[in-house]
Design a protein around this ligand. Structure first.
Ligand code: SF4
Length: 375
């Protein structure tokens, strides 16, 4: 029989078409790249007012909470897709062969650009479950920007349900805002940890109150510390994102010093660098264009990072695990490792400082920080 005819007779095809679940737009790269199972707890960002972001990763869409029932339905859809894929693996002989048929053509006899919304959502859901299975079903990421806004007991119910359906999962993680984290009770955080929440990713951005106020982060340095320390006390792993350059030229030094101070007080497991990159859809970009906000030069970013690193006293890992860390070596390779585990502090502090000096010793034009929209 012709192989394409054989595929048409696979009864799982229609079954797969029945299942879909909500998938939000972003997740941290460190959570398995494209291999984390995505479970959507809320829609979008409840704040959407940071002046360098404005909720643009979520298309500026309105925030909405989801009910436990809706989320459980999604988890059941994942389970159903997983079961069908398992049967297909047996039928076709390998997971790679299954991968070859998870296509718009196999399911709908269409190209991607011909799918309607429901079909697109369906195939996106199947691909997410497939990639998660392919990578060993190790991690789950709860979307979107701040899952902790959900009532703690409800979130614990969802977490326990995930663990029950997928006991093989090794790590469940989520984004959280410090303002919400700082208001959660320690008991609630301990309950969430015991229910299966392993790691939180928090956008600290800065530990300087002037910078935080200027960019309307909606949180103070003190709240960052309270939230971060509490998460650590609850034994939840903590990944804090910092944004070199966010204070511009004017606030650069105090931004670096106070961010180092706050990080040192929290002592998170990970600090992840995401240098400020102007986003044309935000107010801070407009201020940059009209000259009110002076963006750092590539050397300026490195000088600021040097002050930060010198003042950083913690025993976690400092990571430059994103292409936004634009600095390069003389031969064009990234200046810092993009590894998700980054540099171990304090042991590798001198190594990071030496790399910064290396970056400062080569021609500044090698560090391409493209601002092409200024042209
Ligand atoms: S809280 Fe995060 S997602 Fe929301 S506006 Fe601020 S930076 Fe953007």
């Amino acid at each position: 029989m012709d192989y394409s005819e054989f595929l048409k007779d696979i009864e799982e095809r229609d079954e797969l078409k029945r299942y879909r679940f909500e998938i939000g737009p972003i997740r941290p790269p460190s959570e398995g790249g494209c291999c984390s199972l995505l479970i959507r707890i809320t829609y979008n960002c409840p704040w959407s007012r940071c002046r360098f972001c404005y909720g643009t990763p979520y298309g500026g869409e309105k925030f909405r909470k989801r009910g436990v029932g809706e989320i459980i339905e999604d988890i059941l859809s994942v389970k159903n897709i997983e079961n069908v894929i398992k049967r297909l693996i047996i039928k076709l002989g390998s997971i790679n062969r299954v991968g070859r048929i998870i296509t718009p053509f196999f399911l709908y006899e269409k190209r991607f650009d011909e799918l309607n919304d429901a079909e697109y959502k369906n195939i996106r859901s199947i691909i997410n479950v497939y990639e998660w299975m392919y990578s060993g079903e190790k991690t789950v990421f709860l979307q979107d920007a701040n899952s902790l806004v959900m009532n703690s007991k409800d979130l614990a119910t969802v977490l326990r349900y995930i663990k029950k359906q997928f006991p093989q999962v090794e790590r469940v993680t989520s984004y959280a805002r410090s303002s919400t984290l700082s208001r959660k009770s320690l008991n609630d955080l301990i309950m969430l940890k015991k229910s299966g929440l392993d790691r939180l990713h928090v956008g600290l951005e800065s530990g300087d109150d002037d910078v935080l106020k200027y960019v309307n982060k909606g949180v103070t340095a003190k709240e960052h510390i309270i939230g971060g320390v509490k998460a650590k006390e609850a034994k939840i792993e903590l990944s804090e994102y910092i944004m070199p350059g966010l204070g511009g030229k004017k606030l650069s030094v105090q931004h670096a010093k106070n961010t180092a101070r706050v990080i040192s007080e929290i002592n998170p497991d990970y600090v992840r660098s995401r240098p400020y990159t102007p986003n044309p859809l935000t107010p801070l970009y407009e201020e940059m264009v009209n000259g009110e906000f002076e963006i750092l030069t590539p050397y300026g970013y490195l000088d600021e990072t040097k002050i930060l690193v010198k003042n950083l006293n913690f025993d976690g890992r400092l990571c430059f695990d994103h292409m936004m860390n634009f600095w390069r070596k003389k031969d064009g390779r990234p200046l810092f490792s993009r590894n998700y585990e980054g540099y171990n502090f304090p042991d590798e502090k001198d190594k990071v400082l030496a790399l910064i000096d290396e970056g400062l010793s080569i021609d500044e034009s090698i560090h391409e920080h493209k601002l092409e929209y200024l042209a």
